[in-house]
Design a protein around this ligand. Sequence first.
Ligand code: CXF
Ligand code: ZN
Length: 369
Amino acid sequence: MSTSIAAKAAIVRNVGEPWTIENVEISAPQANEVLVRIVGAGICHTDTACRTGFPVPMPIVLGHEGSGVVEQVGPGVTDLQVGDHVVLSFDSCGECRNCADDQPAYCFTFYPRNLGGVRAVDGSNTVTQNGQPINGAFFGQSSFATYALARTKNTVKVDKDLPLEILGPLGCGVQTGAGAAVNALGIRAGESLAIFGGGAVGLSALLGARAVGAGTVIVVEPNVARGQLALELGATHWINPKETPDTLAKIKELVGGVNYALDTTGIPPVMAAAVEALLPRGVLGLLGVPPPEATVPANMMSMLIRGITVRYIIEGDSDPQTFIPRMTGWYKAGKFPFDRLTRKFPFEQINEAAHAAESGQVIKPILTF
Ligand code: CXF
Ligand code: ZN
């Protein structure tokens, strides 16, 4: 059982170069690992950011929104079985203070585990090519490949009556947005939320807020198709900042202010508007990746007198083992139509699919195998 498995993987050889699909070998699963035959893999902004410079070792097999079928289990694995349908999420140690607090997205070893390119446990390679090392283990999976090696910790079993091909984004982008609204902000029935940016993460936040019965949900988004989709998905208001540049004034005019705000853009002036849109005791959650030199652009006195909280949120404060089943439960109940954000592309069209997302034509591309 310890023979490696032949697979095809999309490799980035150097920063900024396109993906090339090449033959590789995937390591057989060790203790606490499973081999998954990938049937779908979403493309997240972090994949494209890593291709173009977010620091990861090269050459590398990216992909961290995989879904598929368990093909092999490592020695001693009992909680997953061959044939199980699974969604792959981010990896965590399960033992540090934050993992023990059920906050695995803030695992003390999150970055080496998810972006280090090798097995965190012993530094060995999970992907090779003709015996030569290729970086893998990306978010404990590297799912831009026909097979992925995952850890039981980040492998979540799902019901077989769900559409497996499109479930991968529940492991990152959808979980990040929906979890931000539901877990991190803890939005409750009737409370109000303004979401800045209507991409995959922002619209997932909208879906999460709707699933738990939020009241007013305002989406600020310049792309007309995305703004219209936000309204179809239950946003009470869509503000197009191209037509209404003073979004803060517009939010105040519409509803006076909001209990919560989420910024998915990482753009400092957008964050400044989001802080000022909050009612007293409001909370702003930051999800967008900022420019490297950016500092917080908020007026401290204005925040003080309203008792404002501003915090960063990773992966929606989610524990994938419980939050992914919660989302699939909402989906089955017709309360969480995340499939409306997706479009399928054949694996071979990975570069076209990523470009379609970057240019704003597609919200969440999913590679199918
Ligand atoms: C990432 C965002 C940047 C920090 C690490 C986690 N989320 C998912 O793609
Ligand atoms: Zn991601």
